[in-house]
Design a protein around this ligand. Structure first.
Ligand SMILES: Cc1cc2nc3c(=O)[nH]c(=O)nc-3n(C[C@H](O)[C@H](O)[C@H](O)COP(=O)(O)OP(=O)(O)OC[C@H]3O[C@@H](n4cnc5c(N)ncnc54)[C@H](O)[C@@H]3O)c2cc1C
Length: 301
């Protein structure tokens, strides 16, 4: 019979790449853990995932399903589907509600809840997210096979991104009302043969998920295979903020501040994955989850 009275050693909120990786380390340390996950991974819009060692080109859902099956083979792991909420600090740890009206206790909390993308409001963009509107050239640039690519500016860092994307094709940087690049950035863009378009976007055109080009406000059509666009990001769950964890403003949005062992500013609360790192990839999330688990485990001794 599973023990339902003793608090778990840790509750992990978020059972995707970071949460699964953390769970595996803690399960292998023979710790009792509960994973609560509502299954809305950030890359659920993409059919294939790239750049993660040993899994290149696989469906993201298949990678997660295999990792989950391996984790659940450990007897000290409990898994609940649903949205965790109402986390509270208590005398000996924390309690948190699952989506079914249950409340669970643990000595430590590990938040691996990921980020939510707040996409730019441009006609035709949302329905192509993860298909021909992309967030990261390392993840999906190679498969485009060169050709005309766009980068949609979302701040002063976008000139650097356009210069980077030039390794994957012929790039146009669409300012769409964002500030003009400075002299140094203009020199970099020229060196990388990036074209600059200052006219605002009217919308994205193409059949289905594919893109034929960008329609500009003055009526011109700029033919494109794909557009790299990032809006702002924010934590997908408010739990860290509700518990009082310090947040950190980054050029691309907000993440949760953590130290090298992934301890947040609230003792006993750890964080891992996209919500806690500046570089967003499966490899980073998996590494971060493993680091957080070791930090959390050592804090239990
Ligand atoms: C369109 C797109 C394509 C991408 N393609 C690639 C790629 O090809 N290769 C690559 O390396 N990276 C890719 N990425 C980046 C990758 O998706 C992220 O880096 C990775 O998913 C981060 O993992 P994570 O575990 O931190 O968060 P996520 O994978 O986002 O998982 C967070 C989990 O926590 C759950 N959760 C959140 N709040 C709660 C709550 N309150 N209660 C319960 N559960 C909760 C969510 O439902 C989700 O299951 C892509 C990203 C996007 C947006």
């Amino acid at each position: 019979m599973p023990d339902t009275t003793t608090p778990y050693d840790a509750i992990i909120v978020g059972g995707s790449f970071a949460g699964l990786s953390a769970g595996l380390q803690l399960a292998r340390a023979r710790r009792r853990i509960l994973v609560i996950d509502e299954g809305s991974r950030r890359n659920r819009f993409s059919s294939h995932s790239h750049g993660f060692l040993g899994q290149d080109g696989r469906e993201p859902a298949a990678i997660v399903a295999e990792a989950k099956a391996q984790l659940l083979a450990y007897p000290t792991v409990t898994w609940r589907e649903g949205r965790a909420s109402e986390a509270r600090a208590e005398a000996d740890g924390f309690s948190i509600a699952d989506g079914d009206g249950g409340r669970h206790q643990a000595r430590r909390l590990l938040l691996a809840t990921g980020l939510r993308d707040e996409l730019p409001e441009i006609s035709g963009l949302r329905e192509r997210w993860g298909r021909s509107v992309l967030h990261c050239p390392y993840c999906h640039g190679y498969e485009l096979g060169g050709g005309r690519l766009g980068v949609l500016a979302s701040g002063t860092h976008s000139a650097q991104k356009a210069a980077l994307v030039a390794d994957w094709g012929e790039v146009t940087l669409f300012l769409n009302g964002e500030p003009e690049p400075d002299t140094e950035q203009l020199a970099l863009l020229a060196r990388r043969e990036v074209a600059l378009e200052r006219t605002r976007l009217a919308g994205i055109e193409g059949q289905g998920e594919a893109m034929s080009g960008i329609r500009l406000a003055d009526g011109r059509l700029v033919p494109l295979k794909a557009l790299f666009a990032t809006g702002r990001v924010c934590p997908a769950s408010p739990i860290a903020a509700e518990l009082g964890c310090e947040l950190e403003d980054m050029p691309f949005g907000v993440i949760v501040r953590a130290d090298e062992w992934k301890r947040t500013s609230v003792p006993g609360v750890f964080v891992a994955g996209d919500v806690a790192v500046a570089r967003h990839s499966i490899a980073s999330a998996v590494a971060d989850g493993a680091t957080a688990a070791v930090g959390l485990h050592q804090s239990l001794l």
